[in-house]
Design a protein. Structure first.
Length: 300
């Protein structure tokens, strides 16, 4: 079955299915093949009509071979003098073609002016749309820049907090290492003293009996001197919870001092064009052009 392309597509849009309007068979193609016979007939008809227009045959009545001089107001078509007196146009009103053409041209010209004004209006709107597209692009670029600046502040705050926390950790590390270094020096002195005592005692035990007996009381006193064992000092290890305990929460609490909640956020799309909004959309200030305009209005 053959159909007008626009009619078929309109039918498909209405039915929302690709089926033949006659037999309801579904089409497997979104673009059915062209009917070449109908296409050739249409082209032949158009060529023949163009030839008729160029030869002026449309100005002759095909029924009476008379020239069209009148216009039937009821049928809205040109007629010849014979047609006017025919039964088909009985009781119809007629006007000279030139008079009707002048009236119709004036009517069409009025409608054409309206179309031209509409075209100019649409072109103006198109220009505004083009400006809006550019403004959207500019808005997006400016907003992206502000977003990056705001996040850079937050990133810098987090970097500073990270550096401060790590610095405090390094300082405690150095303090604890220095404390343990002092304890190591103390235990080294203790080990050295014990080593000397043991060595002297062993040498004395190798001496003659008389020397041994003479040195025995002193050696015994040295051996019996008790010294406390070195103990690991309290708090020698890193206080890990001080740095890791609730770390995100503590940083968030500190961040509240640099972040302020603004209950009212201004919309730059609805703001007065004579006003300038701050980058964070919380403050309004006048611009130079607005001040100049205000001064002119006061002077006038």
């Amino acid at each position: 079955h053959s159909f007008c392309k626009e009619c078929l597509q309109q039918f498909w849009r209405t039915k929302q299915t690709q089926e033949c309007p006659v037999c309801r068979r579904r089409s497997s193609r979104e673009k059915p093949p062209c009917n070449l016979v109908l296409k050739n007939l249409c082209e032949s008809f158009l060529k023949q009509r163009n030839k008729s227009c160029s030869s002026g045959s449309e100005e002759i009545c095909i029924l009476h071979t008379e020239q069209f001089k009148l216009f039937c107001l009821e049928d809205k078509q040109p007629v010849c003098v014979v047609c006017m007196n025919s039964q088909k146009h009985d009781n119809h009103k007629f006007r000279p073609i030139s008079e009707v053409v002048s009236s119709y041209k004036e009517e069409l010209n009025t409608a054409l002016k309206s179309l031209q004004e509409n075209l100019q209006h649409n072109e103006k709107i198109k220009g505004e749309f083009d400006k809006t597209v550019q403004h959207i692009k500019s808005q997006a670029e400016h907003t992206e820049h502000q977003i990056k600046q705001q996040f850079e502040k937050l990133h810098q705050f987090l970097r500073d907090e990270e550096e401060a926390t790590i610095t405090a950790l390094r300082e405690e590390e150095e303090q604890k290492k220095q404390m343990m270094k002092e304890k190591l020096e103390e235990i080294n002195r203790h080990i050295s003293a014990l080593s000397h005592t043991i060595k002297d005692t062993e040498e004395m035990m190798k001496a003659s009996d008389v020397c041994f007996l003479k040195e025995f009381p002193v050696s015994m006193e040295r051996v019996q001197i008790s010294q406390p064992d070195p103990q690991t000092p309290s708090g020698a290890l890193i206080h890990v919870p001080r740095y890791l305990g609730n770390l995100p929460f503590r940083v968030w609490k500190k961040m509240q001092h640099i972040v302020q909640n603004t209950p009212v956020i201004l919309d730059p799309n609805t703001a007065n064009p004579w006003l300038v909004l701050s980058d964070d959309l919380t403050r309004i200030q006048g611009n130079e052009e607005a001040d100049e305009m205000d001064t002119r209005m006061k002077l006038s």
